[in-house]
Ligand binder design. Sequence first.
Ligand code: NAG
Ligand code: NAG
Ligand code: NAG
Ligand code: CU
Length: 198
Amino acid sequence: MLFSTLAVTAFSAVASAKTIRIDVGQGGLTFTPNDITAAVGDILEFHYHPKNHSVVAADFATPCKPKAEGGFYSGFFPTTGTENSNVFQVEVNNTTPIWFYCSQSTGNHCGAGMVGAVNANANKTLAEFKAAAEKASTNESPKTGVFGGKVLAASSTSSGAATTTSGKPAAATTNAAAGLGVSGMAAAVVGAAVVFAL
Ligand SMILES: *[C@@H]1O[C@H](CO)[C@@H](O)[C@H](O)[C@H]1NC(C)=O
Ligand SMILES: *[C@@H]1O[C@H](CO)[C@@H](O)[C@H](O)[C@H]1NC(C)=O
Ligand SMILES: *[C@@H]1O[C@H](CO)[C@@H](O)[C@H](O)[C@H]1NC(C)=O
Ligand SMILES: [Cu+2]
């Protein structure tokens, strides 16, 4: 299978955790991928591109507003040139759908469809969330600082362009799904196929 080689290559350094790379604003007002399947313990790792994006969790019914309870906020990542040297990581704690958007109000990125989902399902689809976002009248950032995840140097993580020279798993990913064993590795391979297929 085409993707298995890629998957093994990408994840050989990580025994059981699955880190899902999501590019933010690469080539447009988009998340790539934007319709993600993740397992409990996986890490969503956002990589920021020019010019100035954020990631905020929302409720399904209110796409361009911070989630009423819980959620996460990366803060803004002003970026010039290529990719920001920092990433934002969020752990997936359950399989309940996660909805997110970019809260850049200059140019109304959320309203332009800059949204994404983790574990959307037939009842609540990314297409519906995106359609609702495109009708939203405002695009709000949380009033707080960064929460619900952590900002790390891209060079310290395993799924960035800049990987560790030692080939050891990055510290940030080793706590993701430690102990998942064989089934965790299988999930990682499936996940990698999704990442590389999109
Ligand atoms: C990034 O966007 C935010 C929100 O619009 C703004 O407050 C901040 O000043 C911007 N940063 C830069 C460097 O443009
Ligand atoms: C979708 O909604 C139906 C009816 O409420 C429910 O039975 C089903 O479990 C839901 N499916 C998912 C994937 O949540
Ligand atoms: C999962 O739990 C951690 C620790 O409480 C939290 O920081 C993170 O935001 C949660 N993930 C999501 C998707 O809410
Ligand atoms: Cu944006």
